[in-house]
Design a protein around this ligand. Structure first.
Ligand code: ZN
Length: 217
């Protein structure tokens, strides 16, 4: 049989491949045995690598300044994921839900007074502010909280002599996660806890997380 045996192209890229193939000289029957090679970014691989192929194919956005405190070594995955959604302001707060046209009250699930948007829920609400005050004092900071996500983000990006960066990042993402969990427990299950109770759990959790990291070393 002479030439390529190709089925009809079903997509523009398959068509491009076929057009390219017919410009390539046919392999000779008398030359050495056929072989194949995986090429990723012009480098030949001994074996197929899904990781390298994905890295070569995927769209890579510029690294965000906030990625250092959302995705860091030693992070708790569920806390990081929640932090990432909060950073992008994608958590379904009542203010966001109402923008989508859902007919629900917009008042904060923690205080039932102000509009529940990201800034209010995580920083300005009395319940959250109380939790931040205890957490920050426990780490040795003299200020008591944040009013905006920007101020919070600046603090997280800054190196200071009060607390190690890993501790700051762990506590910050755990606190954001705890506030969101408390909000959901009140919203869905009608169960509420005080900031002091949640702080005790947080304190234990962070101690255990740091101890397990030390033991892994
Ligand atoms: Zn509130």
């Amino acid at each position: 049989m002479d030439g390529w045996l190709l089925r009809g192209a079903r997509s523009p890229s398959a068509e491009t491949l076929q057009i390219y193939l017919i410009t390539v000289p046919l392999p000779s029957l008398i030359s050495e045995k056929d072989s194949y090679v995986w090429l990723v970014n012009d480098s030949a691989l001994d074996n197929y690598s899904a990781k390298l192929t994905w890295e070569a194919l995927r769209h890579r956005a510029p690294l965000q300044q906030w990625s250092s405190y959302v995705w860091f070594k030693g992070a708790i995955p569920r806390h990081s994921f929640n932090m990432w959604l909060a950073q992008l302001d994608r958590l379904p707060t009542r203010a966001r839900l109402s923008k989508w046209g859902t007919n629900i009250p917009t008042s904060c699930c923690l205080c039932n007074t102000y509009i529940e948007d990201r800034e209010h829920l995580f920083f300005r609400c009395d319940w959250s502010a109380d939790l931040w005050t205890i957490c920050l004092q426990r780490m040795g900071y003299s200020f008591v909280g944040f009013h905006t996500w920007l101020a919070f983000s600046d603090w997280l990006s800054l190196c200071d002599s009060v607390a190690p960066r890993l501790l700051k990042h762990l506590v910050a993402s755990a606190t954001i996660y705890s506030i969101w969990s408390e909000r959901n427990k009140r919203y869905h299950d009608n169960i509420s806890s005080s900031p002091a109770t949640i702080f005790k759990l947080l304190d234990r959790f962070i101690r255990d997380a740091i101890l397990s990291k030390r033991n892994q070393k």
